[in-house]
Design a protein around this ligand. Structure first.
Ligand SMILES: *Cc1c(COP(=O)(O)O)cnc(C)c1O
Length: 556
């Protein structure tokens, strides 16, 4: 996209007072930050607000350059075409304020659709013209063109649409852009595009001067709490948006988190999670259709679906009674009986299916669950255990053989373990391996709670020539005795001198007494036997049988 001179492009359609206004010149917009810059211009403090804080003392740039760069890499765009703000919602609001003259201009929405377009318009005193979607929930382009007049500034197209979940026809959107060229912006809200089998319209920015695309980290990037979204537009429109946008809309911690979200490795992780959600969505839809109340489920290109039921109010109320909150859409035109369901975890969807089948949900069993998050300068770890379920088991430490060993612990001890670690593996596996063991020990100990009903045990396990003897007591006191000499310094990518470390970290953080003795000729067999033997001992030790404490002291 090439530089568009002020006064050309769609910016001529902006509010005259915004065009005439000089933008606010913030403390950070004037200077390019350099290593030697001394900032005495914005009445900030020269020290950080608490020990460990970084970058909080200073105002951020309105468009933090490192975040803009990451977003441009993600969306394959130039920085002149992106505006970062507090979610897509703030993008909508800035468009409204930049373009629409209160009590004069109008915008067009296509209901049933996302409510914020009309909300923003009303706050700005702008008329909202409604051109309902066609019967198949596609765009009624003829109807839209008939509703457009000289004061129409924007047409909102949500694709995939919330709540109907369908993608809009790309040619229809392109046709609208052509027909409205020079007259009105076509704002395509692509909040859910990453779930759809389609490319972003942002690639068409070269073709259409009046195209605006909204993207956000809220939904497909699992970060609704972060408040970070992007408005994609031609350079002249981008310039206007940044003129009406607050001077410091993106807080420094948001920049840090967004950068972590947008790394290629994390994007790949999120993409595979989205695939899981899509598979779960389709499985849920098939099962839900077989339940009594669900008459129909609309085709979906998003991470939610619309179920059509006989009595949406009653079903939503019944679900709410059992702790499940669904979005009743049955009041929207053309959506009689419709309920919008977001796709959650397997357990959550199973719970909803039970409600749809009319089963009264058991009072949630007192499962022994714990989540632990551990972050140091060397590793970031999230671990979740459920001692009373066997699945899911999902482990990703970045050290392949260690993943395999932790998988053995979960499978042989018979509990659900989800552990992800982002560690400094470019240095060596040491921190990752040790910190994961610490985090796992803490999580299991936390999940054990008051330890009522548990056992305290041991196991002896052969593996070919290797033999391991493990004795484990969840006594509340740490002790480790480890006997074993490994005849190789690595098994796979896991250094064998870490094995004793791992069990030490586990025992210490589990507050357990652990004895392991291993003999053998093959390091791989010996290591695997240690993990399996530990897991089998743990399986017996954590199993609940009654509610007694296996201790004469009355506490463990
Ligand atoms: C959730 C949602 C948004 C809000 O996005 P934020 O980036 O969280 O403000 C925008 N558009 C649609 C269609 C949505 O469903």
């Amino acid at each position: 996209m090439d530089e568009i001179k002020a006064g050309t492009g769609m910016s001529v359609r902006a509010r005259p007072e915004i065009l005439a206004m000089k933008g606010y010149v913030s403390a950070r917009s004037l200077v390019a930050t350099g290593g030697s810059t001394v900032f005495l211009d914005a009445n900030e403090c020269p020290y950080e607000p608490f020990v460990g804080a970084s970058g909080l003392a200073r105002y951020p740039m309105q468009q933090p350059p490192e975040l803009v760069r990451a977003i441009c890499d993600w969306l394959d765009l130039s920085s002149r075409n992106v505006t970062v703000a507090r979610g897509a919602d703030e993008g909508i609001d800035c468009l409204m304020r930049a373009f629409c003259v209160p009590a004069v201009d109008n915008v067009i929405i296509c209901p049933p659709t996302f409510a914020m377009y009309a909300q923003s318009a009303m706050l700005q005193g702008v008329e909202v013209r409604k051109v309902p979607l066609a019967d198949d929930f596609g765009l009624d382009t003829g109807g839209i063109m008939a509703a457009v007049d000289g004061d129409t500034k924007m047409v909102f197209v949500c694709s995939p649409n919330n709540p109907t979940a369908n993608l809009m026809d790309r040619d229809a959107v392109a046709g609208l852009c052509t027909a409205l060229s020079g007259r009105a912006l076509v704002v395509v809200d692509e909040t859910y595009i990453d779930y759809a089998d389609a490319d972003s319209m942002a690639a068409e920015l070269e073709r259409f001067e009046n195209l605006v695309v909204l993207r956000t980290l809220s939904k497909s990037h699992a970060a609704a709490g972060l408040r970070c979204g992007v408005t994609v537009a031609r350079a002249d429109v981008t310039e206007l948006l940044q003129k009406v946008l607050a001077p410091y809309p993106v807080p420094q911690p948001v920049v840090q988190a967004a950068l972590a979200i947008l790394t290629p490795a994390n994007q790949a992780r999120l993409a595979s999670r989205r695939e899981e959600i899509i598979a779960r969505r389709d499985a849920f839809a098939a099962q839900a259709l077989a339940t009594g109340p669900v008459k129909k489920i609309l085709p979906t290109d998003a991470n939610y679906l619309l179920m059509i039921v006989d009595d949406a109010d009653a079903l939503c109320a019944r679900a709410a009674d059992q702790g499940y909150i669904l979005r009743n859409q049955s009041h929207q035109p053309g959506l009689a009986g419709a309920i919008r369901v977001s796709i959650g975890t397997d357990d959550e969807m199973d719970g909803l299916l039970a409600i749809l089948r009319g089963d009264a949900l058991d009072a949630p069993a007192e499962e022994r669950v714990a989540r632990h998050v551990r972050k140091t300068s060397e590793t970031a770890i999230a671990v979740e255990v459920n001692l009373d379920r066997k699945a899911p088991v999902r482990i990703d430490t970045g050290v392949g053989f260690y993943d395999h060993m932790l998988d053995q612990i979960a499978k042989h001890a018979g509990f659900s373990l989800q552990l992800e670690c982002d560690g400094d593996l470019h240095i060596d596996p040491h921190h990752t391996v040790e910190d994961c063991a610490i985090a796992l020990g803490i999580a299991i100990r936390t999940a054990l709670g008051d330890k009522r009903g548990i056992g305290r045990y041991g196991f002896c396990l052969p593996m070919d020539e290797a033999l391991v003897t493990v004795a484990l007591d969840l006594s509340g006191r740490y002790y480790l005795d480890f006997k074993g000499d490994f005849p190789a310094d690595h098994v796979g990518d896991l250094p064998t001198d870490m094995i004793e470390h791992i069990f030490r970290s586990l025992a210490e953080n589990l507050q357990a007494n652990l004895h392991i003795a291993v003999e053998g000729d093959n390091a791989h067999h010996m290591v695997e036997a240690c993990f399996k033997g530990f897991a089998r001992s743990l399986r017996q030790a954590i199993r609940q049988d009654g509610a007694d404490l296996p201790s004469t002291k009355g506490t463990l």
